[in-house]
Design a protein around this ligand. Sequence first.
Ligand code: 13P
Ligand code: SF4
Length: 301
Amino acid sequence: MNTNQLKRIDQLKKEKNAIILAHNYEPPEIQDAADIIGDSLELAVKARSVTEDTIILCGVRFMAETAKVLNPTKTIILPAPDAGCPLADYLTPDMVREARKAHPGAAVVLYVNSDTAAKAEADIVCTSANAVEVVRSLEETTILFGPDSNLADYVASRVPEKQIIPLPKGGHCYVHAVFTCDDVITAAEDGFTTICHPECPREVRKGADVVASTGGMVRMAKNADSWMILTEKGIAYRLEKLFPDKEFRVREDAVCVDMKKITLDMLEHSLITGEYAVELPADLMDRARGPIERMMALKRE
Ligand code: 13P
Ligand code: SF4
């Protein structure tokens, strides 16, 4: 552990009146430097209410942009400006507008893992922690849901009274696509309780004991002694730190390249220089804020 660098980062944070928010998948040293670690919803909730002048968002672009939309007077910094989310790239604003035309009367629910310009076309946004509640909260019975078709399928299984149309068909996260039924079966044979992210393929979700957001995984870890965690492997560091007496198994090849882009050097550089601040057109932020705030008004998972 680079103790001197962590101390410098801490000092800079105070000087700049900054707070560091990090996603559960971030590398260990970034989690160690963070003030708050969480899932997408927890980070958005925190970002909305921070009093510091600057938020250093250690995650991927959609998370930093969501923070900016929710708290536009703050400086939001993404230390690795090219940290994106390939899942978000499946959906463009045009695709949302076209789908609306093809399905008049349907509600559009967009996963927070989408571009701000796509969110601006949505009726409401959701995260993996609240997707089921968000869809249940709507009066429409036909729902256009994107861009993750696995999450759409999970929501369909939990809300069978509604028709869920994936937008587009086949949008998925490559990290969660690595998991198979064999992972679940082998882990169960070895005595592990299995918990998977809703971005996992259907057969994995069906076989797992629990389906949860990364924040849900952290909250539920107390309920068993050994867990097979079917999501990005970075979360194991947080779980092992919080629950040193428990055993956590992950797949070493379940790696989100974009979540590993931020280094301590980049974090320190961001605090010194203010690079790279998120800038979005005011009218775009105004249009995206409604669907995001509508989600925030709902009660938590
Ligand atoms: P969570 O909101 O569950 O942390 O998920 C974010 C994500 O990108 C999953 O791949
Ligand atoms: Fe996007 Fe998948 Fe990485 Fe999550 S794990 S940020 S969905 S690419």
